[in-house]
Write a protein that binds this ligand. Structure first.
Ligand SMILES: Nc1nc2c(ncn2[C@@H]2O[C@H](COP(=O)(O)OP(=O)(O)O)[C@@H](O)[C@H]2O)c(=O)[nH]1
Ligand SMILES: [Mg+2]
Length: 697
């Protein structure tokens, strides 16, 4: 890796809506700085960053690509991310590797739903934010109007660092608002007018300078440059830069601005946990190693690549490093520097560096390496399901290996094994997302699949306490079977801490609570005097878990339930693990049925952005889908965004409905919110369709 100081590193993610020109801009960064000698274009499939087969085919970014180059004495690592709202997982991961997000807006189409989403995600990831207005070479741009909608939506602290001179085919240069040039003919806004508000936003971070300024003493240029970087780091200024990636106008000025005010790793010190204590990591080579995998890519040649950002200390090739997730430590092989599809070996990676590690099984997106625990990366929960089976029989193993890879590289794809139907269920962000996965399976992994209607992940739970027992006894010749289990069952509310719930006050004979976080299921061993011998308790647990995963009333997973096992009986000869497993599963089922069981359905938060005159139609359609509208706000121009909570089942085919209501003018995003009890009439239909046969056991 080229020699550079930590202060000279600029780690940047290009984020924004689809087709705003992020990939073109990333490609241009490589060619204009001489890092790569080529003439790339996304349109003819020769992009350096969109190198993946799927990306070439769609002319769209699907996975975040990493590139690096030098400019103005700084070392840049840039992640080019996809703009489809359904691929937001890639953006969320990438933001954890960088210190600054460049939100790219395409000037002719303005702010879109995903622009707002990525702006918000960058805030959550606590990175610096800058805005790039791209495609200034396009026709029909109302620059002042675009600027006001940016300020309206993202705040008045969004201030241009430069303005375009000429627009459309005449966009030939940008004029700085910091050092206003003498000649500014053709500027779309007079840069002189912005100079003062810019200075005022910049100096806001330093009270002493501010006082001096209001007494008539303007800070020096060097002072301003330093304060500029500080104000971006503090979030009190969001600089706006104007460019055309296509004609290259303004790109050098953009790189200069990034060199000057994008955060260095030193300016963006991250938090981590050391045991229970929160610590601030300092970007220092002498510090303890702390690094995190923020992205995983399955490369056809190198296989699995784990992209790691080092926050503190030094990561050495071929070393064994500690990890909170592995007791033995993890053996790291070679370290690789990544330039889009190419890799080259490096020996070490220090604070601020981004490298890839090849073929290490134990590494997954989110894994922390080193002495402390980095916070989890909050990926959205995938809610749209698709049951898949291979088209050719005999491809089952191939399919499951391929799906394993896909869940590794995309944290918003989850694979469920439906024990009831024996189906593999892929969960993704949307139908489109799942279509991309199917294409990838076909093209890369050479497995074609048939798929079935999206499944809604309902859940089962109870609404009151109940208790009961079941005796499993069989004596049909040979060895008999005997096991008896007595339980009490309680609703265990969502979000309730198991340690707060499982107290001696509530369960006086409690020995050990066992908590299963994924189904929020808690079971408590309160057996006294060995009425169920300890060696059968694991089998009792297995019986419960089997019920929890296959459901009782309609074959959906159970959640939010607590079971206390308080008594039982065994038989010196006939008791076996199998007998106790059956007994506990049957007890669970019987008591569950007495405890006012109900179905829960996933509720999602939907943000629908539409032209203002469609507001009435959209609101009444959402109410018809059992939705609750929470609010409406301007999305810039004549666009409005409606936010509502709605059952997932009602919006699984919303894309089509929205398109026909708005003539293709609308867009929306979904996010999982929570589970709610399904209304009685709807519940009856679901149960009737999927009833678990009463005689199974
Ligand atoms: N007029 C114009 N078109 C551009 C510019 N940058 C990119 N494009 C075009 O916009 C489309 C999307 O570009 P791309 O870089 O893939 O956008 P991304 O989805 O944000 O990565 C392509 O057809 C590009 O040729 C620009 O500065 N001006
Ligand atoms: Mg792209």
């Amino acid at each position: 890796m080229a020699k550079h100081t930590i202060e000279d590193i600029r780690n940047i993610a290009l984020v924004g809506h689809g087709s705003s020109g992020k990939t073109t801009l990333a490609d241009k960064c490589l060619t204009m700085t001489g890092a790569v000698n080529a003439n790339p274009s996304v349109d003819d499939g020769t992009s350096i960053c969109d190198f993946d087969e799927e990306e070439k085919h769609h002319h769209h970014t699907i996975e975040a690509a990493l590139i690096h180059f030098g400019h103005a004495g700084k070392h840049f690592n840039v992640l080019d991310t996809p703009g489809y709202p359904d691929l937001i997982g890639q953006v969320i991961g990438a933001l954890r590797g960088v210190d600054t997000a460049c939100i790219v807006i395409d000037a002719p189409s303005g702010i879109k739903v995903n622009t707002r989403r990525v702006f918000h995600e960058a805030g959550t990831a606590n990175v610096g934010r800058m805005i790039v207005i791209n495609k200034m070479d396009a026709e029909n741009i109302d620059f002042p109007a675009l600027l006001s909608s940016i300020k309206e939506l993202f705040g008045t602290h969004c201030v241009p660092l430069n303005v375009p001179i000429g627009s459309g085919a005449d966009f030939k240069a940008v004029a700085s608002t910091l050092n206003v040039p003498d000649e500014t003919t053709g500027a779309l806004i007079d840069p002189g007018e912005i100079h003062e508000p810019l200075i005022e936003s910049i100096i806001e971070v330093d009270e002493a300078v501010m006082e001096r300024y209001f007494e008539g003493d303007e800070p020096s240029e060097a002072e301003l440059c330093e304060l500029l970087a500080q104000s971006v780091a503090a979030g009190s200024l969001i600089p706006i830069l104007c460019v055309s990636g296509k004609t290259e106008t303004g790109v050098t000025e953009l790189l200069d601005a990034l060199a000057m005010c994008a955060l260095s790793p030193k300016a963006n010190e991250k938090k981590a946990k050391n045991g229970d204590e929160e610590i601030t990591l300092s970007a220092d080579e002498a510090g303890p190693l702390v690094a995190q995998v923020f992205r995983t890519r399955i490369d056809p040649f190198v296989q699995k690549l784990s992209f790691v950002r080092v926050f503190s200390g030094v990561l050495n090739k071929d070393s064994v490093v500690k990890s909170p997730e592995s007791r033995k430590g993890i053996k790291i092989g070679p370290l690789l520097e990544v330039q889009a599809s190419e890799t080259s070996p490096v020996d070490t990676a220090g604070p601020g560096d981004i490298v890839a590690i090849a073929k290490i099984e134990e590494l997954h997106t989110e894994t922390t390496l080193g002495e402390a625990q980095m916070p989890a990366i909050c990926f959205p929960t995938p809610m749209v399901g698709l049951a898949v089976v291979p088209k050719s029989r005999g491809d089952e193993t191939k399919l499951s290996v391929a799906l394993q890879k896909i869940t590794e590289e995309d944290s918003t794809i989850r694979l469920d094994h439906d024990v009831e139907t024996k189906e593999l269920v892929l969960n993704g962000m949307s139908e489109l997302h799942l279509t991309l996965v199917r294409e990838r399976l076909k093209r890369r992994d050479k497995v074609e699949v048939d798929s079935k209607e999206p499944k809604i992940p309902y859940r089962e739970t109870i609404q009151t306490n109940a208790e009961g027992s079941y005796r499993h006894k069989k004596q049909s010749g040979g060895a008999g079977q005997f096991g008896e289990v007595h339980i009490r069952m309680f609703p265990f509310p969502d979000g309730m801490d198991p340690e707060e719930f499982a107290t001696k006050d509530r369960f006086p004979s409690m020995k050990t609570p066992h908590y299963h976080a994924n189904s929020h299921f808690l079971w408590i061993d309160s057996i006294v005097g060995g009425s169920i011998p300890g060696n059968f308790m694991p089998a009792v647990e297995k019986g419960f878990l089997e019920r929890v995963s296959r459901g009782v009333i309609a074959g959906y997973k159970v959640q939010n339930v607590c079971v206390e096992v308080h008594f039982g009986k065994d038989h010196p000869v006939d008791s076996s693990e199998q007998a106790f497993k059956t007994a506990s599963s049957m007890t669970f089922r019987e008591v569950f049925e007495k405890a006012r069981p109900t179905l829960l359905e996933p509720i999602v938060t939907i943000h629908v952005t539409i032209p203002g005159d469609k507001l009435g139609d959209i609101n009444s359609d959402l109410s018809g889908r059992r939705g609750r509208v929470h609010g409406m706000e301007s999305a810039g121009g004549d666009l409005q965004t409606v936010t509502a909570e709605v059952p997932l089942a009602e919006v699984s085919t919303y894309a089509r409905a929205l398109s026909s209501m708005t003539g293709g003018q609308g867009s929306y995003t979904l996010e999982f919110s929570h589970y709610e009890v399904v209304p009685g009439n709807v519940q009856q239909d679901i149960v009737a369709q999927t009833k678990v046969k009463a005689d199974d056991s």
